[in-house]
Every structure is written in structure tokens, then in C-alpha cells.
Design a binder for this molecule. Structure first.
Ligand SMILES: [Zn+2]
Length: 91
């Protein structure tokens, strides 16, 4: 293994698990790999939350094993409030 982060942050895990399996599958299979030069599948990934509340996945490309990352905008239902992810119900 490499020096990549090995654990999900609890907040990131909460957001990830709130997604439907279908959405998670779509995200996992649509990661851009700069090494392959196209869409790839991310494996062995972990997640953390950016200060904006967006979920960031860091892992490896299933094809070439290179490092890839996926930025998921979670701004709609979730916001980082006082350092804690909270669901924000619009309207
Ligand atoms: Zn690749």
C-alpha cells in the first residue's frame, strides 16, 4: 500500500452512506484518470469532507493503479455547519 489516507472521516462516511447504491455506483465508475486519459473506476478509496461540504474521494484507478480523486458536490442536501455535517432541507 501507499501513503494514502486509509480511513474515512466519520462525516464523509455519513454523506457517502446517505447516497443511494445507484448513485454510489455511478460515482465509482465515473472518475477521471489522468494516466489513462479518460473515465475510469476508482478502487481502494477513502473519503473526506472539504470545508465547502463537498465529498472528496481518493483512491486508485482500477485500470492502471494510478492515483485518482473524485469531487462530489454535496451542497444541495448537506452543509458543513459549525464543523458538523447537517442535512439542510430546502424550503
Ligand atoms: Zn488509470
Amino acid at each position: 500500500m501507499t501513503d494514502t489516507q486509509t480511513d474515512w472521516t466519520p462525516d464523509a462516511l455519513t454523506v457517502w452512506q446517505s447516497l443511494t447504491p445507484e448513485n454510489r455506483d455511478i460515482i465509482i465508475r465515473n472518475v477521471y484518470c489522468s494516466h489513462c486519459g479518460g473515465t475510469a473506476t476508482i478502487t481502494d478509496f477513502t473519503g473526506w469532507l472539504h470545508v465547502s461540504g463537498d465529498l472528496i474521494l481518493n483512491g486508485q484507478c482500477a485500470k492502471c493503479g494510478g492515483k485518482v480523486a473524485r469531487h462530489i458536490e454535496t451542497g444541495d442536501p448537506y452543509r458543513l455547519i459549525d464543523g458538523v455535517m447537517r442535512r439542510v432541507d430546502a424550503g
